[in-house]
Design a protein around this ligand. Sequence first.
Ligand code: TEU
Ligand code: CA
Length: 558
Amino acid sequence: MKKQWWKESVVYQIYPRSFMDSNGDGIGDLQGIISRLDYLKELGIDVVWLSPVYKSPNDDNGYDISDYQDIMSEFGTMEDWEELLGEMHKREIKLIMDLVVNHSSDEHIWFAESRKSKDNPFRDYYIWREGRNGKEPNNWGSNFGGSAWKLDDKTGEYYLHLFSKKQPDLNWDNPKLRNEIYDMMTWWLEKGIDGFRMDVVNFISKVEGLPDDEPKPGKKYASGSKYYRNGPRIHEYLREMNEKALAKFNVMTVGEMPGVTPEWARQYTGESRNELNMVFQFEHVSLDNGPNGKWDLKPLDLCDLKLNLTKWQNELDKAGWNSLYFNNHDQPRSVSRFGNDGEYREKSAKMLATLLHMMKGTPYVYQGEEIGMTNVRFSSVEEYRDIETLNFYKEALNDGWTEDKALESIYAKGRDNARTPMQWDSSEHGGFSDGTPWIKVNPNYKDINVEKAMKDPDSVFHYYKKLIELRKKNEIIVYGRYNLILDQHPEVYAYTRTLGNQILLVLCNFYGGNPEVEPPAYIQEKKFEALIGNYKDIQINRTIKLRPYEAQVLLFNS
Ligand code: TEU
Ligand code: CA
């Protein structure tokens, strides 16, 4: 397996709106990020993935871009951005930008032109169709609810929007559009950025004819996703993008890909294929979805998680590369979702971090995860800001859900769980802003904050720091082969990594019980070094006795 800097890196995701506000308007900004770079350096991360900071009307918090080559005024100026890049590079932190090119904002100049007339030169930058018997061109639903089509009065045709109606899908089948994108990417790459995270990039090629899909019983709209995920020309486009923009630079790429399987991922990330370095898959964060999707709550079965992550570890072992994540700006906080955010908040946050960071792949840390930030429960829907959440709430009530039931789903799965402001200290608004934050701070900020975590040597922060350090010192954590053990154990997730004559044993008690596990035979014979654990000692005899949410990592040399 070829060594690469991005295989040896840990990435930290910043959601700028919620990270740090420097001027008291309640909105995080670029100067705010600059003021916290020393903190990130202290944590030890190598790369920052910055969620979108481009000009945007913020229908979807920057994932609706109206100018790809300008900065959102609420966040600062291009000079601020240049300063941010410089300050990061000075600290040897790399910067990858978010590339959102499945769609633009409807306020992008391309769309303003496109909608003017059927023969406008920009018409084909988007996906326009005539209606069918006075209705939408097909029965696809948008990922944010409702139809995926909007009728535009000006020309009497519909445009496709797989997300909000202010996010019209770009037409990648048009070579002119593709070249515009590659030029824009090159423009950023020449500024010296270190790569891209690509938003829903496996959606860019749609099946010709945009056929109807089968709706679920009782539903008006169908998913349609089988006609736009991993579509017919996707590999062609990614290779062209590589050839025309990426290949000239030593950068990393990660494609966000809902619905991707390991088979697909091997094609996208295979070393000789010249497409992407890694993908974000969604299978492991969908295991607690019921049959009706994310809002349909279902408890996680640990064995499902083992089976799934193991499949990804094994299938991408020789071809491709994994990205490792539990959190991002779209997911609820992992300590609340898979751990225990009450009595065992710190223990379980460390356990989950151990489980993920000792696997093979590039780990991603989402802002606040490194101090064990939790989900939030706002008492009324008025406190929520996320378009997906608000659309869901409206639809759920229309479908006959009670307010309480809808709120329970939002508490468990809503994206705003991840978007409450970063908790820096115990001062008002958690030290995020001197003004009124655009979304409320989680009321637990007095207890959970960066200042407190940095002072406490036992904190989740210091544990993450150590996990990141270990990856730098032990090649086995980066390149060792993964092997699941105790595969049927209902409470313990255990695996080994092997490289040369070393074995790394990772034991994670996923729950609050006291399971006793039989260690592999070699544990009796070989000397080991305890690399990291979330208890002060380790209880090993004939068996290993695990305490609630205990995690242990042992390294054997032979
Ligand atoms: O998310 C892609 C996506 O599929 C989301 O709809 C995701 O599945 C959902 O948030 C979870 O319920 C990307 C971005 O990460 C997200 O923030 C954007 O809203 C979306 O694309 C549109 O750009
Ligand atoms: Ca601000």
